[in-house]
Design a protein around this ligand. Structure first.
Ligand code: SAM
Length: 243
């Protein structure tokens, strides 16, 4: 990994990124779910449903939902009877998630504070690994992908839902204008926090496009890696197998 990494549009020392991302998510945790609906017009719910359908969780499977935050993906996986561990580096996000689970009377989820780059789970512990809108916030993405590979069983599935680059003509410009101007204002209005939402938008632009991210997943050891674009690639689901 190089000495500097992107933090939104800034280049910062790699050693500082994890802490700065931590400050963002500690700040947004309380309003995270409301803001997701406001920013995406509720679309994130459809993308997440689609994502979990693709995972095809089965009863009794062990699934690690990395960067699981307030539990949106984990709750969907849990409904199918899978044993889900929600891991996230940020205790404030996990606290909101645990409170939501308690309110919905969801028992049996395991909540774990963990950095995706260096997990304490043993080798080959999980049948599937999911990460939604999390990987672009990780400082050392190749390290996180290698850890995903390590903790999966042979035959285990990897799934990543993340913003990417849309190839629909004209749509990218419209989305850019919307996201750069309106999202920080929404953040200010609804959560009194324009700066955190500016980071979240800028970090989308700095994330590798589909072919580049697909290569990174392959380099971590995954086979049959594929990318499914949503809205021309505005969002993408990458998946692969550990064989
Ligand atoms: N997966 C949830 C969802 O789709 O609603 C939460 C996504 S939220 C945009 C990104 C999450 O990534 C935050 O909860 C943040 O704390 C977590 N995160 C950032 N860096 C991480 C790291 N190195 N290891 C684990 N989690 C991380």
């Amino acid at each position: 990994m190089s000495d500097t990494v992107s933090f939104g549009y800034e280049d910062i020392p790699a050693s500082e990124k994890t802490a700065r991302v931590g400050t963002v998510f500690t700040s947004v945790a309380r309003n995270y779910d409301l803001m997701n609906d406001a920013m995406s017009g509720g679309l994130h719910r459809i993308w997440k449903d689609d994502f979990v359908r693709k995972v095809r969780p089965r009863p009794g499977e062990r699934i690690l939902d990395m960067a699981g935050g307030t539990g949106d993906i984990a709750f969907r996986l849990h409904k199918t009877g899978a044993h889900v561990t929600v891991a996230d580096i940020n205790p404030a996000m996990l606290e909101v998630g645990m409170a939501r689970a308690a309110k919905r009377r969801l028992d049996g989820l395991v909540w774990s504070e963990a950095n995706a780059e260096s997990l304490t789970f043993p080798d080959r512990a999980f049948d599937a690994y999911t990460i939604a809108f999390g990987i672009r916030n990780v400082t050392d993405i190749p390290a996180a992908l290698r850890e995903a590979h390590r903790v999966l069983k042979r035959g285990g599935r990897f799934f990543c839902l993340e913003f990417s680059t849309t190839t629909w003509p004209g749509f990218a410009e419209v989305y850019d204008a919307y996201s750069h101007h309106l999202v920080p204002r929404l953040g200010q209005l609804l959560a009194q926090d324009a700066a955190s939402y500016r980071y979240l938008i800028e970090s989308i632009r700095r994330f590798p496009d589909m072919p580049a991210f697909k290569r990174m997943i392959e380099e971590a050891g995954f086979a049959q890696v594929s990318a499914q674009p949503i809205l021309g690639g505005l969002v993408a689901i990458h998946s692969g197998w550990k064989i």
